[in-house]
Design a protein around this ligand. Structure first.
Ligand code: NDP
Ligand code: HSE
Length: 435
């Protein structure tokens, strides 16, 4: 739909919290520049919030508690959603798209579950659906996947996409402190939310991984398709073990194109993993995000920057807003959903990685060979072994070559049942090294 010459683009903002406040500020402060870049003014015509009395930072006459009415108002061209959550946001954005309004959202939880439904609504009315801020905050990542790399074939995406967990893991690595006390410190400093579950249990990263995989492999992947492990079981002993082998631990989101005899499929997982300290992701500390993309023709690309925060996230939202506003001005449309490849998502049992296994064993003749025999029995190849004696016991660390998750699980179950194995202290995947 082309806009009448000289008419402004009218925007409804849903939410005026950490991100929304910054969007409203930048829309005011940069109004003239944005108008020059778009070819029309961008006017904020309404802001939906829960508690209007709390919002002195925006003009009171713009505020409403009725988001449902705002999104379909005749004087709204674009809806920018920064409330979050799945319901009632899903219904509001469907109503907006069905009414022909373009939508810009930062809502990864919603996109990771309902992108297909939202894109279908956008297609019915020719509206745009943009969501750059939903993954890795300020970092331009989704547009490169959706547009710049549209002529290439992406094979792998691996990255740190959750700032809260990266802050906690970096601090554990630096201080040697345990998970609980580091989480408390992250909460005290405002890095972890009052309820950190979505971050520390990996739900936030799994939503982002689903979005990355969908765009990279032209396949609908939802959060439920993503194998997920959080960071609450990572201990200071794991960090000590990683350090001893020149590694550190990161929560990684990994999306891979897999080729087998059955054809092509995708594997998507989120879990803590040891990576070599020499790996570029090892140097990403604090609340920063970084994502590696591998494509057949482009080779390796790395994206790095602030993955959260009001102003950085608002930057990504405004970039999308300028894009949809330009589309309105010239009568064009941004990229639609691309899910034509429709690849199967492989279960985690079939995913292959290297593993670091730490055991507490009796220090006596035959122990090492009996443990090694179980690995051989399950066709899990050992790459390195390290043993340290402690009185009558020993700490035994085994690093494997790449092995299927199912084979590794069976091996560990068997090893745990051996009479001289006191404890399986930890099992952690190893990434960023040749298999
Ligand atoms: P906040 O909690 O800071 O803000 C949420 C806003 O939504 C508030 O203004 C709140 O109103 C409003 N709101 C909540 N429920 C309703 C409702 N039923 N009707 C109308 N308004 C409502 O969230 P953030 O700004 O941190 O996050 C917003 C979105 O951006 C989420 O999807 C999040 O995942 C995403 N995001 C956030 C990042 C960040 O760093 N914060 C980074 C990347 C993405 P009131 O103020 O009156 O309570
Ligand atoms: N909770 C998220 C994080 C915010 O810690 O990265 C950005 O999506």
């Amino acid at each position: 739909m082309t806009l009448e010459a000289g008419k402004p683009i009218r925007v409804a903002l849903l939410g005026c919290g950490t991100v929304g406040t910054q969007i409203a500020r930048l829309l005011t402060e940069q109004a003239d520049d944005l108008a020059a870049r778009v070819g029309a003014r961008i006017d904020l015509v309404g802001i939906a919030v829960r508690r209007p009395n709390k919002h002195r930072e925006v003009p009171a006459e713009l505020l409403t508690t009725d988001a449902a009415a705002l999104v379909t108002r005749a004087d709204v061209d674009v809806v920018v959603e920064v409330i979050g959550g799945i319901e009632p946001t899903r219904g509001w954005l469907l109503d907006a798209l069905n009414a022909g309004k373009s939508v810009v959202t930062a809502n990864k939880a919603l996109l990771a579950e309902h992108a297909g439904e939202l894109f279908e609504a956008a297609d019915r009315t020719g509206a745009d659906l943009y969501f750059e801020a939903a993954v890795a905050g300020a970092i331009p990542l989704l547009r490169p996947l959706r547009e710049s790399l549209a002529g290439d074939r992406i094979t792998r995406v691996m990255g740190i996409v959750n700032g809260t967990t990266n802050f906690i893991l970096s601090a554990m690595d630096e201080t040697g402190a345990g998970y609980g006390e580091t989480l408390d410190e992250a909460s005290r400093l405002g890095y972890a939310e009052a309820d950190p579950t979505a971050d520390v249990d990996g739900f936030d990263a799994a939503s982002k991984a689903a979005i990355l995989a969908s765009l990279s492999f032209h396949t609908r992947v939802t959060a439920g398709d993503v194998y997920r492990e959080g960071i609450s079981a990572v201990t200071s002993a794991d960090f000590a073990a990683a350090r001893a082998l020149g590694r550190t631990i990161k929560l990684l989101a990994i999306c891979e194109r897999v080729h087998t005899e059955d054809g092509e499929s995708v594997a998507v997982r989120v879990h803590p993993a040891m990576i070599p300290r020499s790996h570029p992701l090892a140097g990403v500390s604090g609340a920063f995000n970084a994502v590696f993309v591998e494509a057949e023709a482009a080779g390796q690309l790395m994206f790095y920057g602030q993955g959260a925060g009001g102003a950085p996230t608002a930057s990504a939202v405004l970039g999308d807003l300028v894009a949809v506003a330009r589309n309105r001005v010239v009568g064009g449309r941004g990229p639609r959903e691309s899910a034509y490849a429709d690849l199967a998502v492989r279960p985690i049992a079939q995913a292959s990685t290297r593993y670091h296994i730490s055991l507490d064993v009796a220090d006596r003749a035959g122990v090492l060979s009996a443990v090694a025999a179980e690995f051989a029995q399950h066709e899990v190849s050992i790459a390195a072994v390290r043993q340290e004696g402690r009185a009558n016991d020993a700490s035994l660390v085994i690093v494997t070559h790449s092995a299927p998750d199912a084979a590794l699980r069976s091996t560990v179950d068997k090893v745990a049942g051996l009479p001289f194995v006191h404890e399986v202290v930890s099992v952690m995947r190893v990434e960023g090294e040749d298999s």
